[in-house]
Ligand binder design. Sequence first.
Ligand code: F6P
Length: 322
Amino acid sequence: MKKIGLITSGGDSPGMNACIRAVVRTAISKGLCVTGFYRGYDGLIDNDYVELTAKSVSNIIHRGGTILKSARSPRFLSKEGKLLAVEHIKQHLLDGLIVIGGDGSFKGASALTDLYPIKVIGCPGTIDNDLVGTDYTIGYDTAINTVVDAVDKIRDTAESHDRIFVVEVMGRDAGLIALRSAIGSGAEAILIPERQGDLELLIDKIKTWRNTKSSKIIMVAEGDESGGAVNVANTIKREFPNFDVKISILGHIQRGGNPTCMERVNASLMGFYAVNALLEGKTNSMIGLINKKVSYTPFKDAVKHIDELNPVLLEVLEVLSN
Ligand code: F6P
């Protein structure tokens, strides 16, 4: 193996730059060259690339976003798009490819290896933490810290006015951001896609608050069946007209910001392990960290949806929020 490609794909996440730096510097230390392609699979299709050196990745470990930029690539879903990517992979004489991204990115990687025998390793990069085969994905720790920081501020004003705040966090299919940041910020309730009937349960719970004059934080994952913070707040206002209810949708602030130290260390380990995995001949697998040890999960398993959240965390939230 002499030359590898590198892309960041799908929704960006804080820590991707730390992972890029680790891939590039580990590869160079093993005598490999690294070509970075911009905007994920779009860069492979358009042959939009940069040769990466140890120097070109200096001063990025602390920065959110990705210096390689990222994209969700509808063109790569077509056979023509994939064949163009293969043409450029051949042109650059790439022996391996490292993809930093989430489930869509790994499905794309699998499809690529069906067309061309390049070895591909994935590093889990998504704030959602919804991949099977790793305790943490790159971006999750920073995102939940961003949420907790925001809710701390919301709580100050909520408490001054005895208001209920419905805070919407990201997680199109997953409630992991909501669950952990709800525990960390002391939220009173969560609504998550992995559980049905959360809105009805919430209404029952609010009935017990009727005579309590104090602030409450309700956290709702954007993918919850209730339809998000606006719908939840409207339902509460309809059922309890005397309560003062406000909405805060945190949105893309969760995807930005300087990565936490834990994020930088995990991303560095994953980038390091990804290069070594390619050198060991591994392919079609995602690097993960489980109980602080490296793990390799086939892409087809890594992308399976996590349907059940840690029941202990759910119980802790329930017990502590009463
Ligand atoms: O996949 C990560 C994620 O941040 C989801 O939580 C969110 O639903 C989605 O990306 C938003 O993506 P986009 O920025 O492309 O709208």
